[in-house]
Design a protein around this ligand. Structure first.
Ligand code: MYA
Ligand code: MG
Length: 241
């Protein structure tokens, strides 16, 4: 019999990421919150020995967030049995990614979008050979960014935000220059929030900018931040009844 050889560099990069990600899996712990739901897929791929994230640019004719950078994803539909189903269904619709070509690793702590959807990030590995076929109704472009950019950016600023429920904070804003394609992409808000958290989880080191987490207790501080935001919306919803 042929013995398996040593794992390739790419396989080792994936294995250490997988291990870190599993420690942060929230499973279905946030699945029963009484707010509408959406999911995004955080598609990870290894290129030239480094982890990269695939992102999309939303079509200009979309009603919500036209032209903004986001992950493949969308609102939950009745046929979806969980957050993972939603993310995979949307990724197929938007960029032609076949669900069976995704190795789903975990669900991370959710965020909340402008419309008060609980948005669950689902992390999965995709093949380095994947060629996106953007659905022009929803996606105008697809690009990849080295995951390390989200802890060590060369063009970064913060922007203030305040939700309608009165919760305020800072959001990250990255400009990523894709030198090969001679294009720049602005990644901010909820999408940047997920990308930064993913990079913190996987690399376990301090970023070059300030974050609203206790980095020594990343899991619990991420959950506390989410629950504070959630509580501000939930309290407000109740008082509007
Ligand atoms: C502390 C805790 C954390 C909190 C975070 C703090 C950080 C920052 C907070 C800052 C907070 C601010 C947050 C910021 O914004 S920040 C600004 C930067 N932008 C972002 O980060 C993007 C964030 N948004 C998203 O990722 C998505 O919107 C999510 C995933 C939330 C929803 O997904 P999505 O929006 O993608 O939903 P969809 O894919 O189901 O549907 C999309 C639309 O497409 C229509 N459609 C479908 N099929 C077709 C078709 N064939 N032909 C034509 N049209 C078609 C369909 O009817 C729908 O239309 P409509 O119904 O919308 O009109
Ligand atoms: Mg979408």
């Amino acid at each position: 019999a042929v013995l398996p050889g040593p794992p390739s560099a790419a396989a080792r990069v994936k294995e250490s990421a997988r291990r870190r990600l599993r420690e942060f899996d929230v499973g279905d712990r946030f699945s029963r919150l009484p707010l509408p739901k959406a999911s995004v897929l955080l598609p990870l791929t290894v290129r030239a020995g480094k982890l990269h994230l695939l992102l999309t640019v939303r079509a200009m004719q979309l009603r919500r967030s036209p032209g903004e950078v986001c992950f493949p994803g969308g609102k939950r539909e009745a046929i979806d049995k969980d957050e993972i189903d939603t993310a995979l269904r949307e990724a197929k619709e938007e960029v032609g990614l076949q669900p069976e070509k995704v190795e789903v690793v975990c669900r991370l702590v959710p965020g909340i979008d402008k419309m008060n959807h609980v948005v669950t990030p689902v992390v999965g590995f995709i093949e380095d050979t994947f060629q996106a076929t953007p659905n022009p109704d929803e996606v105008s472009d697809v690009f990849v960014v080295p995951l390390e950019y989200f802890v060590k950016p060369s063009n970064y600023k913060t922007l203030p935000y305040k939700t309608s429920s009165g919760y305020s904070g800072w959001m990250h804003c990255f400009i990523y220059d894709d030198h090969e394609r001679k294009m720049s992409f602005k990644i901010w808000g909820l999408t940047a929030h997920f990308a930064v958290f993913l990079a913190l989880v996987i690399f376990g080191k301090h970023p070059t900018f300030k974050v609203e987490y206790d980095l020594d207790n990343l899991i619990s501080s991420a959950e506390t931040n989410f629950m504070n935001l959630y509580a501000s919306i939930y309290e407000r919803k109740k008082s509007n009844l």
